[in-house]
Design a protein around this ligand. Structure first.
Ligand SMILES: [Cu+2]
Length: 147
C-alpha cells in the first residue's frame, strides 16, 4: 500500500506541475483600498499577466470578505460624469497583461466584511477559463503598496 500511495502522489505532483507550466498566469501588485468610515464597499487593483502560450479569460473574482466582487470599467458619460459598469469577463491574450488600477478598470467589492480595514489581508479567488482558479492574498491599504 505504501508504495502505491507514493506512486499516486508522484503522479499528482507531476500533473499539477504540468498544468501550472501550461497556464502561467501571474498576478502582481494586488491590493484593496481600505474602506473609509462605515462604507461597506472597496475597490481592488491588480495586474494579471498571461505568460502562457494560449489566450485565457478572467471569468470571475470572489472573496469570502465580500458578498459580491465584480470587475468594473470606468467610462465618461454624456454629462461628463464617470460611470462604472460591470464587465462579465476580461480577455487575456497570450503574452499580454491587464492592469486594474485607480482611475480605470477595477475590482468592486460590495457587502464588505466589517473586519476588512487598513493593514489586514484578504484572499481573492480568480477564476480563469483555462488556468482554473488562482488564489492570491491581497493586502488592504490606504494607498498602493510601495507608492
Ligand atoms: Cu466600481
Amino acid at each position: 500500500m505504501r508504495a502505491l500511495r507514493i506512486w499516486v502522489c508522484g503522479v499528482a505532483l507531476f500533473w499539477s506541475t504540468a498544468v501550472a507550466a501550461r497556464s502561467q498566469i501571474e498576478i502582481t501588485d494586488a491590493w484593496v483600498r481600505a474602506p473609509i468610515g462605515q462604507v461597506n464597499v472597496a475597490a481592488g487593483y491588480l495586474t494579471i499577466f498571461n505568460g502562457g502560450d494560449r489566450d485565457d479569460v478572467l471569468l470571475g473574482v470572489e472573496t469570502e470578505a465580500a458578498a459580491r466582487t465584480e470587475v468594473h470599467t470606468v467610462s465618461e458619460g454624456a454629462n461628463g460624469m464617470m460611470r462604472m459598469r460591470p464587465v462579465p469577463a476580461v480577455p487575456l491574450p497570450s503574452g499580454t497583461s491587464v492592469t486594474l488600477a485607480p482611475g480605470g478598470t477595477h475590482l468592486m467589492l460590495t457587502g464588505l466584511d466589517e473586519a476588512v480595514e487598513d493593514g489586514t489581508d484578504l484572499m481573492l479567488r480568480l477564476t480563469f477559463q483555462h488556468a482554473g482558479t488562482i488564489e492570491v492574498v491581497v493586502p488592504v491599504a490606504r494607498r498602493a503598496p510601495g507608492s
